[in-house]
Design a protein around this ligand. Structure first.
Ligand code: ATP
Length: 298
C-alpha cells in the first residue's frame, strides 16, 4: 500500500509546493507591479526606449495632506549620471525614489523621463526601463536561476551567467549543489546578507534597465562583502542613470553628484569634493561618519 500511495503523496506534496511557489511569485509580482496609489491613465502610451534623463519639476508630495514630505523640489538628472541622496532619517530620500518609480504621484508638479510625464506612460513600459533594487531584496522559494531571471523570465543561461559574473558571484553559484538549479528556501536563510545584495544587483543587471533606483541596504556587511557590493554596484551603474538612496557615505562619495535631502527639499547639492569644501551639512555628516568609521577626516 505504501509503495502505491507514495507517488500520490509525492504528487500532492509537489502540487502544494507548486501552489506555494505560485502564490509567492504572484505576491511578489503584485508587490512590484501594483503601486498602492497610482492608476494608469486610459490614454497612457508605452514609453519608448529612453536615454534616461529624469526631471523633477517643482514637485510637492506628502503621504498625508497635513504633512508635506517634499515641497517644490526641482532636480535634473542627466542620462548616465549617478545621483546619491543623503540626509537625516525621515527626510524623504526613499520617498523621492518611490516617486521616480511611480509608486506614488506628486501632489503638485511633475516628474518626467526623457520629457515624458510619468503619468502619461503605461506602468509596465515604465517598469521595464527603471530597475528597482529595494532596501531588503527578496528571494523566493525557487531556483537561483528563477530568482535571478525574475525580471526577465526568458533569459538564456549565458545571459544569467553574464549577470552572475558582472557581480562576482560565479564562485558562489558554482559551489552551490546544483549550480543555477539550486533551490533557495523562502526568505533565503541559506544566503548571507552580502550575497543577497549581490544577487539583487545581478537580478537588476539581467533586466538591463536604462535607469536604476537603488535603496541601499542598511545591514552592516563585513569589509570584504562591502567591497564586493561596491564593485558590483559600479558595474551595474556603468552607463546608466542612477538614483541611490545612500545610507553609507562611502557609497555617496562615489556618485557623480550628491543631494542632501532635508527640510522638505534639496538642502545642498554638489560633488563630494565640492560639498566637503563648502563646509555645510554634508561636510558635517562626513566628518561624523569618518570619525565613527575610523577613516581619516576630510
Ligand atoms: P530613512 O533614512 O530613515 O530611510 P528617508 O529619508 O528615506 O528616511 P522616507 O522614508 O522617505 O524618509 O520618509 C519621509 C517621511 O514620510 C517620514 O516622515 C515617514 O515617516 C513618512 N512616510 C514614509 N512612508 C510613508 C507611508 N507609506 N505612509 C505615511 N507616511 C510615510
Amino acid at each position: 500500500i505504501n509503495s502505491f500511495f507514495q507517488p500520490v503523496q509525492q504528487l500532492v506534496q509537489l502540487y502544494t509546493q507548486y501552489q506555494q511557489a505560485k502564490a509567492a511569485v504572484g505576491k511578489i509580482r503584485g508587490l512590484l507591479s501594483t503601486p498602492p496609489s497610482v492608476r494608469e491613465s486610459p490614454t497612457a502610451v508605452a514609453l519608448p526606449p529612453v536615454a534616461g534623463e529624469i526631471v523633477f519639476d517643482d514637485v510637492s508630495f506628502g503621504y498625508l495632506p497635513s504633512r508635506p514630505v517634499l515641497s517644490h523640489l526641482s532636480l535634473r538628472i542627466a542620462p548616465g549620471e549617478t545621483v546619491a541622496c543623503v540626509g537625516p532619517t525621515g527626510a524623504g530620500k526613499s520617498t523621492l525614489a518611490k516617486l521616480v518609480t511611480r509608486f506614488y504621484d506628486p501632489v503638485d508638479g511633475s516628474i518626467r523621463i526623457d520629457g515624458h510625464d510619468l503619468r502619461d506612460v503605461t506602468l509596465s513600459s515604465l517598469r521595464t526601463q527603471i530597475g528597482v533594487v529595494p532596501q531588503e531584496p527578496f528571494l523566493f522559494a525557487g531556483t537561483l536561476r528563477d530568482n535571478l531571471a525574475f525580471a526577465r523570465p526568458g533569459a538564456s543561461d549565458d545571459e544569467v551567467w553574464a549577470a552572475v559574473d558582472a557581480v562576482g558571484l560565479r564562485e558562489l553559484v558554482e559551489r552551490a549543489p546544483d549550480g543555477l538549479d539550486t533551490v533557495l528556501h523562502e526568505r533565503g536563510q541559506s544566503v548571507s546578507s552580502g550575497e543577497r545584495q549581490l544577487l539583487a544587483l545581478a537580478r537588476a543587471f539581467l533586466a538591463e534597465p536604462r535607469v536604476v533606483v537603488l535603496d541601499e541596504a542598511t545591514s552592516n556587511l563585513d569589509l570584504r562583502s562591502e567591497l564586493r557590493v561596491e564593485a558590483a554596484l559600479d558595474a551595474l551603474l556603468e552607463g546608466r542613470t542612477a538614483i541611490l538612496v545612500a545610507h553609507r557615505l562611502s557609497t555617496a562619495m562615489r556618485a557623480d553628484r550628491i543631494i542632501v535631502v532635508d527640510d522638505h527639499g534639496i538642502a545642498e547639492t554638489g560633488s563630494h569634493d565640492e560639498l566637503v569644501r563648502s563646509g555645510g551639512r554634508y561636510a558635517a555628516m562626513f566628518d561624523q561618519w569618518a570619525a565613527s568609521a575610523g577613516r581619516p577626516p576630510r
